[in-house]
Design a protein around this ligand. Structure first.
Ligand SMILES: Nc1ncnc2c1ncn2[C@@H]1O[C@H](COP(=O)(O)OP(=O)(O)OP(=O)(O)O)[C@@H](O)[C@H]1O
Length: 235
């Protein structure tokens, strides 16, 4: 699966509520298996919607979306869920950590839903061991901190937890949706470098989405959504 392109989109059309005016009309978009790609677009241009389509949370009205060689639009809902759980690591703008779980429990969460991720880290000692190893690589080692509910962590620490959770079990494609909007410029740059390093060490493709074009220099390639999308920017 890793030799397959990370993403291949052809003739994609998507309108919210099935309406006739598409938000997205993308003839073609390709991303390589180990590429680190920056996708820029202003607020409301459809970046999160596109990520939802790539992750198989949303379905297009027409066209095809192949992710790691699988045609998401031809898979059943259950198979799309499995594909996402097994092969995609997603870092959300607000991190979407589970507030009542500890740091370590948040990181091991994807392993609960994926046999493939559990199998990938079985040799490393299992989910808790692997969570601790990833957290340590990201600079979180304090035992007291690891046992705390995530809500008691700083924003920067929560980001690292979200990255560790996305990375556990070695997903082939990492998707990051504006994960730096709450950071100052220095912390933001460090965070992006960290994410790039982790993606390259684990051999994952990285699709990083933001409205802030200044971040483009951190990536192999940068694409503006308006270059891809014939439907243009929504009002
Ligand atoms: N669940 C939904 N139902 C209906 N319309 C939606 C829904 N989610 C988003 N939209 C609309 O789709 C358009 C694009 O939204 P989207 O969140 O994809 O943009 P974005 O580029 O990610 O924006 P931002 O940078 O502000 O997060 C907006 O006009 C928005 O109102």
């Amino acid at each position: 699966m890793t030799d397959q392109p990370a993403i291949e989109i052809r003739d994609l059309r998507f309108a919210w509520d099935g309406g006739s005016t598409p938000l997205l009309d993308i003839p073609a978009f390709d991303m390589g298996a180990d590429e680190r790609l920056f996708l820029r677009g202003p607020s409301g241009s459809g970046k999160s919607t596109l990520l939802g389509l790539i992750a198989g949370v949303l379905e297009p009205q027409s066209g095809s979306i192949r992710v790691l060689g699988e045609d998401m639009s031809s898979l059943s809902g259950a198979k799309r869920d499995r594909m996402r759980a097994d092969h995609l690591g997603v870092i959300f703008q607000m991190f979407n950590l589970v507030p009542y779980l500890s740091v370590v429990q948040n990181v091991t969460l994807p392993c609960r839903f994926s046999q493939a991720r559990r199998a990938a880290i079985a040799a490393a000692g299992g989910p808790v061991e692997e969570a601790r190893r990833l957290l340590a690589r990201l600079g979180l080692t304090d035992e007291k901190l690891l046992a705390r509910p995530v809500t008691e962590l700083s924003v920067g620490q929560q980001q690292r937890v979200a990255v560790a959770r996305a990375l556990i079990g070695g997903p082939n494609l990492l998707i990051a949706d504006e994960p730096t909007s709450a950071l100052d410029a220095d912390a933001r740059d460090r965070f992006i470098e960290l994410l790039n390093e982790e993606a390259s060490q684990s051999g994952a493709a990285l699709l990083f989405v933001s409205h802030d074009g200044a971040l483009a220099s951190h990536f192999d390639r940068s694409v503006d959504l308006s270059e891809l999308n014939r439907a243009g920017v929504a009002a």
